[in-house]
Design a protein around this ligand. Structure first.
Ligand code: KIV
Length: 276
């Protein structure tokens, strides 16, 4: 019997969670990008990205806010639904926005909406040990979860800015413990933002789930960047870990392919994109 994929005549099977785990185990870097609409999602997919995140960064790059805090579940559902239409191969993850997972029931209801109405294959939420119960409950209902630790942009007002996390040894140790606890609770992927290289490597070695880094150095299993940063669209100051792939590329698709190649051949992130 033919799979749906073979019937559609696609060259490569769609990425699923097993593909990502196999990539980690075989040391094949996982290339990830955000996307928020069908046209860009299609280009990101064609460029060969393995995972597409409809991030709540949409609040900053699409809606023009200074933070991700104002983004709503309805916003993410809308952008996930339209981005999904552009994808053929990449694995689709949707962000749970600020205060959309403050209780187990609320998290479950919103995760179900992101999957059923948006078409997400996994939900991402920010948090460490404090979110264990939420992650356990989602996992118990077979909802795939990506746990976002390190810099948690939804906590920007509590932290006092977008800052490198885990610089001191106690906090670094706590972050490794959190990653292990989140995996034990059922998290399928860990996303690690803005930490020193050594900590990125330590978290990656401590868990068997794939670890996707953004500003977490070269020692993680995959890299993700915000699409508008990769295309040099973002105005003003950008974080140190950002690389604009437009210079030297003759098209948007060319720049996205360049990003994917740079992740795969490990030329990105280079030392200038890292925190030590
Ligand atoms: O919302 C987002 O785009 C993210 C990335 C920073 C990984 O969480």
């Amino acid at each position: 019997m033919y799979s749906q994929l073979e019937q559609r005549g696609m060259a490569e099977p769609p990425v699923n969670i097993s593909t990502l785990i196999k990539m980690k185990n075989e040391d094949v870097p996982i290339a990830c990008l955000t996307a928020y609409d069908a046209s860009f999602a299609a280009l990101v997919d064609q460029a060969g990205a393995d995972l597409v995140l409809v991030g709540d960064s949409l609040g900053m790059v699409i809606q023009g806010y200074d933070t991700t805090v104002p983004v709503t579940v309805d916003d993410v559902i809308y952008h996930t639904r339209v981005a999904a239409r552009g994808l053929q191969r990449a694995f689709l993850v949707a962000d749970m926005p600020f205060m959309s997972y403050s209780s187990q029931q609320q998290a479950l209801d919103n995760a179900v909406r992101l999957m059923q109405e948006g078409g997400a294959m996994m939900v991402k939420l920010e948090g460490g040990a404090g979110q264990i119960g939420i992650v356990e409950n989602l996992a118990r209902h077979d909802i795939p979860v990506c746990a976002h630790i390190g810099l948690k942009p939804q906590s920007v007002h509590k932290i006092g800015g977008f800052k490198v996390q885990g610089r001191d040894s106690d906090k670094a140790r706590q972050m490794v413990d959190d990653a292990v606890a989140l995996e034990e609770a059922g998290a399928d992927i860990v996303l690690l933002e803005c930490v020193p290289n050594e900590l990125g490597k330590a978290v990656t070695e401590a868990v068997s789930a794939p670890v996707i880094g953004i500003g977490a150095g070269p020692g993680v299993d995959g890299q993700i960047l915000v699409l508008y940063d990769v295309l040099g669209i973002t105005q003003g100051r950008v974080p140190r870990f950002v690389r604009d792939f437009m210079p030297g590329s003759d098209s948007v698709l060319g720049a996205l392919k360049h990003f994917v190649e740079a992740v795969k051949d490990r030329s990105y992130p280079a030392p200038e994109h890292c925190f030590s």
